[in-house]
Ligand binder design. Structure first.
Ligand code: UT7
Length: 335
């Protein structure tokens, strides 16, 4: 029989890294600020505590450490990196923070840019990077998810402030002509429902000179309709994952790990039930970190890779979802 050769460019996952601030904000401490309790937060979300950046930490600093850890695991020379994508909605420079991570790494041959898609940002960036690699444009990519939502949370709004925390995670991915470990993906947005979760600009009217007004910059705080976001997630995430399983001819029982955006333990459980994926396969670290936006998926992956839960060739189904509204799914093999 004629040997079938893999004659396309595929991708291989080579390393992971993460970083979370040391400062811990427990549920007990939040209840000193707003009218809530550890019992309420834990039972409704699964969250016990979250990390809050100190005054020196920001998306660039956190993303840099996460990326460096992924590069070390991959054992890459820094100058071999071609592409750095930073998924963030909270850059410390609105013109983009990815180039400052590139500079800190000394990755002088890489092109670096930000991608904004809130809690779907890492998933969208992962897809973007793999398409550049498979298209043959670049060979080595770092995909970072980093957010510092603590700067944009309304710390007087008990309906939202209990959910969020800060952190960063990263993956090192490279092109290969031996196999393809990125099995498939799907991505969606629905701007009609965007008002359920947003971080709008302040839009304060000011004037430059007589008769020439302008809107001054700056952002307000996170505004969220929790119930609508919850309903959106438990409906759309199983649908997009089921569709991905169908189009890639995969059945959910072949999945080793389900890694969802860490938003609420009840969302994770509900999606797992709908897809008939058992609880042991659904990774969660919500209890420790809460929702770190674009960082949740790579932080979770890095944790499970470093403690040997995720092993070479394990099949991972992942979904990111959130503001936009936006959501996406990817199916891939670790290694
Ligand atoms: O990346 C995506 C980010 N967003 C999300 O993932 C949000 C998804 N949604 C959720 O996770 C949930 O909707 C929440 C955890 C935000 C809220 O849980 P819920 O079960 O949907 O609560 P609810 O909004 O229906 O509120 C139930 C009650 C209300 O009181 P009344 O009106 O029934 O008397 C709220 O005022 O709970 C009250 N409540 C709280 N009580 C104590 C709301 N927040 C709190 C709180 N502590 N922190």
């Amino acid at each position: 029989m004629e040997e079938i050769k893999f004659n396309q460019i595929g991708v291989s996952f080579k390393g992971s890294g993460s970083y979370v601030p040391d400062q811990i904000l427990t549920n007990q401490k939040i209840s000193q600020k707003v009218d809530t309790s550890d019992e309420w937060i834990k039972s409704r979300t699964g969250i016990s505590e979250r990390r809050i950046s100190n005054l020196k930490e920001n998306v660039t600093e956190m993303g840099y450490v996460a990326a460096l850890n992924a590069i070390k695991m991959a054992n890459w020379d820094i100058e071999t990196i071609d592409l750095i994508i930073l998924a963030t909605s909270t850059p410390n420079d609105l013109f983009g923070s990815a180039p400052s991570i590139q500079a800190k790494l000394g990755a002088e041959n890489a092109v670096a840019f930000d991608l904004t898609a809130a809690c779907s940002g890492f998933l969208f960036s992962l897809v973007t990077a793999t398409q550049y690699l498979k298209g043959g444009s670049f060979k080595r990519a770092i995909v970072i998810g980093a957010d510092q939502l603590s700067s944009f949370v309304d710390w007087n709004d008990r309906r939202s402030c209990i959910l969020f925390g800060d952190g960063a995670g990263a993956l090192a991915i490279e092109a290969t002509n031996l196999f393809d470990n990125f099995i498939g993906f799907d991505m969606r947005t629905d701007g009609e429902r965007g008002s359920f979760l947003n971080l709008p600009s302040k839009n304060n009217k000011d004037s430059i000179v007589d008769n020439i007004d302008f809107l001054s910059g700056g952002f307000s705080s996170i505004q969220m309709n929790g119930q609508e976001v919850y309903k959106f997630a438990v409906r759309e995430v199983p649908i997009i994952l089921e569709k991905l399983f169908r189009t890639t001819n995969f059945s959910s029982d072949k999945v080793d790990w389900l890694i969802l955006h860490q938003a609420n333990q009840r969302i994770l459980d509900s999606v797992g039930d709908r897809l008939k994926i058992s609880k042991e396969k659904i990774l969660s670290n919500l209890e420790k970190y809460g929702n770190t936006s674009a960082a949740t998926i790579p932080i979770m992956m890095d944790e499970a890779i470093r403690d040997n839960r995720i092993k070479q060739n394990d099949i991972i189904a992942s979904s990111g979802f959130g503001a936009g509204l936006s959501w996406g799914a990817a199916l891939f093999k670790w290694g």
